[in-house]
Each structure stands twice: as structure tokens, then as C-alpha cells.
Design a protein around this ligand. Structure first.
Ligand code: ACO
Length: 452
């Protein structure tokens, strides 16, 4: 026998039986609970989607209380230690690890689509030198849509596949070009002989050397950070990609929406905010005073807290270790000491303990990126490169899900009831009545009259 929710509606005295499946009821079942014959049925009110499942997904599993994160069933710890980023990107999309020939073919395809149209370069050159890299990335990825109009055929598997390959391949190139633009350096073209991560570092850092070789600790750090950031189920940016994609727009536009969402300081912008916070603290000795200020409401401890994790974010553990590795290579810096002190004090403080606020993935990533000499404003771009793989897997899953339709939440209207329009403003406007009385009822004449 299936699980059932028995509901008595005290407004009408009626009784309803609502099926429970996978620990959820269908919100649409509530529509049958009508207070009167002419109402539209009961709504569930859930601002910020605190308790609403918007889809069924087989991609990423999180148990926030236990600190578990798995991609397609594989624990994040094992993937971070042993997988490559492109292997994870394949896994997220296809549900299984690739065979050797699938992997080789995939790596080949990604490698050979890394170049971008030269006009993208010109497009990026149009930005001011101090433009925020996330604004540039968001616009450039949206602009890619205009280069590939055939990508609109989202239900054609061939088009969908090539769009996914192009996005995975070209986002790092665009990101690196953005880096070079803000630094005032010439763009470096992709090197097809390098791995995904090393090619990205080459496009970022290569100067006059004939063959770029990155610090292996940095290559490893980029690979691991990309894996950790690859997907995180229905977070703000992924929901944005799914929501925008549900209108059946092309994937470049949908991914641009995800980039816009990721830009926010409560989401991907947090790693940037952590570094700015550490810079503001300035010295380990000022950490206790800073924590007291946070507790009094003067701001948040950035990089702490998570909507889903109510214990240590499993990614933060891996990143902390990675930070040690990187700092061993480049030398310990004052900011790492401040971060460690912030974590030490916060994890003992009742304010943070009682609210289950633990370091999230972004607490240490910024420190690593800084040690690798990335500018603070560029951190979220690195996150976006990795998350593109998850966004694309989620976007495709949404498109192929027969239950999905255009995303369109309901609202509870709390504004005024009907009232007559009584404005006395002086303004240029043509009302239907004045257009008709002028004797020239064409729209062009009305427009001419309006614009004088
Ligand atoms: N510092 C201090 N207090 C905090 C913090 C924090 N970082 N995070 C939450 N709190 C407090 C809130 O003030 C609130 O306290 P109250 O109950 O006394 O009012 C309580 O903890 C619950 O906070 P909410 O805002 O309701 O939690 P929510 O789940 O909505 O927010 C979020 C999650 C946005 C991540 C929040 O913890 C935060 O702002 N963290 C800092 C920003 C950050 O690091 N974001 C990165 C998230 S990871 C990612 O996107 C990749």
C-alpha cells in the first residue's frame, strides 16, 4: 500500500487523501482543496524554495546533515582524488563513467573546440579594463548564442551534443581571454597538446616561453577545484539555468543566466567576498573582534553557512587540504593564518555552533586562487568554468524530462484591489481617444504626434 496524506480542510469540512511518493506530495494535488467553488485551490507558499522539489534528478545527491556529496552515486572524495575533470563532466551528463574510447573521443572533441570566433575577441576588447570578469563572462557566453543560431534546435540530439561540447570547450578560453584583457596582456590561444586544466593555465599565464608548463601543484589544484565545483544539485544558479532553459531558449543563453546567478555574493561570489573579508581583518589578532561584530549583526562570516549543509561541507575538507598543499609549494601566507583562526574561533562559538554554520566550499578556495595569483574578482569565473559541466547536465536532464514544462511559479497577491486610474501628471502620451479625434488613426501618425 502506498503512503498517503490524510487532510481535513476545516474551511469546508471535506476530507482528502493525497498520495506520498519519494517523501513528497505533488503540490498540484493541493488544487483540489477549494475553500469555495470559485477559488483556484490551495497553494503551497514557499519563498526561496526552502521546501520544494522542482524536479526529479539522478545527477547529484547531497545529505546536508551528514555532509555527503555524490555525483551519480560516486563520493566526491573519491572523484576529487582519482578522477579527471573531463571524466566527471562526462559522468554528470551520461550517468556512468566513460569507457577508455568514450573518454578519448570526448577529450579529443573538447580539445578541438576550444577556439572561439575572432569576433569574440573583439567583443571582449570592447570592455573597459576594469570591467568585472563575471559581467564579461556572462555577456560573452550569451553572445555565443548569436554565433551558433542552430543551437536553438535543442531537441535535436546532434545539436544538443555539439552545443554542450562547445560550451565546455570555449568557456575556459573566454575566461582566459577575460583574464588577459583585465591584465592588459595579449590573448594566448589554446594549446591542443595540454590537458583541460593545464591548457587553461597556459592561456592565463603563458608569456614568451615556447611551451608552457604549469606548476604541477597548481595543475592538480585546478583539476580538483573544478571537480568539487562541477555540480551541486538545485542551487541558485542551476535553478536559474533550468528555469531559463525551460522556456526552450538555446543553451548559451541558459548558461549565461546561470553565470549571472553565480555572480551574486551569496552564491559563487562568496569566495571573492571571503578574500575581501580577510583583507579587511588584516591580522590574526583582529579575528576575535571581527567575530564579535558578526555576532552583533555587522555582517556575515563569508564562506560560512550553507542552505543545505548543516555540518562541515565535504568539499571544504578537501579544499582545506588542498590549501595546505598549495601553501607548501608557494609558502604560507598571512591570509591563510587569518582564515584558520576564523575557522578555529567560529567552530567553538555557540552562535555558529547553534546555527550549524560550518565552513563551506568557498572558505578556502579564494586563498588557493590568490596563491595562484588570480585576481580576487576572477575567482567566481573559475567556479563558473567548472559549474558549466553541471549546468549542462542539469539542463539536458530538464529538457528530456517529460514532466517538465516552462517554469512558472504562482504568487500570493498582496497588493491593492481594483482602483480607478487618476494620475494628474503632465506627460506626452497619446490616448486612444486623442488619436482617433486627430482624424489620422494610423499607428505611425499616432507615433509622430506622440514624439512631436
Ligand atoms: N555569518 C553569520 N551568520 C550567519 C551566516 C554567516 N555566514 N550564515 C547564516 N547566518 C545566520 C543568520 O543570520 C541566521 O541567524 P538568525 O536565525 O539569528 O536570524 C541563521 O544563521 C540562518 O541564516 P539564513 O540566512 O536563514 O540561512 P540561509 O540558508 O538562507 O543562507 C547562506 C545560507 C546564504 C549560504 C548563508 O549562510 C550566508 O549568507 N553565508 C555567507 C555567504 C556564503 O558563504 N555563501 C556561499 C554559499 S556556498 C555556494 O554558494 C557555493
Amino acid at each position: 500500500m502506498s503512503d498517503l496524506l490524510e487532510v481535513n480542510d476545516s474551511r469546508t469540512g471535506k476530507h482528502y487523501t493525497i498520495p506520498i511518493a519519494d517523501g513528497a506530495i505533488r503540490a498540484s494535488q493541493l488544487q483540489q482543496l477549494q475553500g469555495s467553488a470559485d477559488d483556484h485551490g490551495l497553494l503551497s507558499y514557499d519563498p526561496a524554495f526552502m521546501n520544494t522539489a522542482s524536479c526529479r534528478s539522478a545527477i547529484t545527491f547531497i545529505d546536508g546533515d551528514k555532509g555527503i556529496l555524490r555525483y551519480r552515486g560516486y563520493p566526491i572524495e573519491q572523484l576529487a582524488e582519482r578522477a579527471s575533470f573531463l571524466e566527471v563532466a562526462w559522468l554528470l551528463r551520461h550517468g556512468e563513467l566513460p569507457t577508455q574510447s568514450q573518454y578519448d573521443g570526448f577529450v579529443h572533441e573538447i580539445t578541438y573546440h576550444t577556439y572561439v570566433h575572432e569576433n569574440i575577441k573583439k567583443f571582449l576588447e570592447g570592455f573597459r579594463y576594469d570591467a568585472h570578469p563575471m559581467s564579461m563572462l556572462c555577456s560573452a557566453v550569451a553572445a555565443l548564442s548569436s554565433f551558433y543560431p542552430e543551437s536553438k534546435a535543442i531537441f535535436d540530439p546532434v545539436q544538443r551534443n555539439i552545443s554542450i561540447i562547445r560550451l565546455l570547450a570555449k568557456v575556459p578560453t573566454i575566461a582566459a581571454f577575460i583574464y588577459r584583457h583585465i591584465k592588459g596582456l595579449p590573448f594566448v590561444y589554446p594549446d591542443n597538446e595540454l590537458s583541460y586544466g593545464e591548457n587553461f593555465l597556459s592561456m592565463v599565464a603563458r608569456m614568451s616561453e615556447p611551451k608552457y608548463r604549469s606548476n604541477p601543484v597548481f595543475t592538480r589544484a585546478i583539476e580538483v577545484l573544478f571537480i568539487l565545483h562541477a555540480d551541486h544539485e538545485q542551487n541558485c544558479s542551476t535553478s536559474a539555468v533550468r528555469g531559463v532553459g525551460s522556456s526552450h531558449v538555446d543553451p548559451y543563453s541558459a548558461i549565461a543566466a546561470g553565470i549571472a546567478a553565480l555572480y551574486g555574493p551569496l552564491h559563487g561570489g562568496a569566495n571573492e567576498a571571503v578574500l575581501r573579508m580577510i583583507e579587511e581583518i588584516g591580522d590574526k589578532s583582529r579575528v576575535p573582534a571581527f567575530i564579535e561584530g558578526v555576532k552583533k549583526g555587522s555582517g556575515r562570516l563569508m564562506g560560512f553557512g550553507h542552505r543545505v549543509y548543516k555540518s562541515y561541507d565535504p568539499r571544504a575538507k578537501i579544499v582545506k587540504q588542498l590549501a595546505y598543499d598549495v601553501f607548501q609549494s608557494v609558502g604560507v601566507d598571512r591570509d591563510l593564518e587569518i582564515a584558520l583562526e576564523l575557522e578555529r574561533i567560529a567552530l567553538q562559538d555557540d552562535y555558529f555552533v547553534s546555527r550549524k554554520l560550518y565552513p563551506n566550499v568557498d572558505f578556502y578556495t579564494g586563498l588557493i586562487y590568490r596563491a595562484m595569483k588570480f585576481p580576487t574578482s576572477f575567482f567566481t569565473v573559475l567556479f563558473a568554468i567548472a559549474r558549466t559541466s553541471g549546468w549542462l547536465a542539469q539542463w539536458e536532464e530538464m529538457l528530456l524530462d517529460k514532466e517538465q514544462k516552462i517554469a512558472r511559479p504562482r504568487q500570493i497577491y498582496v497588493g491593492p484591489g481594483e482602483r480607478p486610474y487618476t494620475s494628474t501628471l503632465k506627460k506626452r502620451i497619446v490616448t486612444p481617444a486623442s488619436a482617433l479625434s486627430s482624424g489620422t488613426p494610423t499607428s505611425s501618425a499616432a507615433l509622430a504626434a506622440a514624439t512631436g
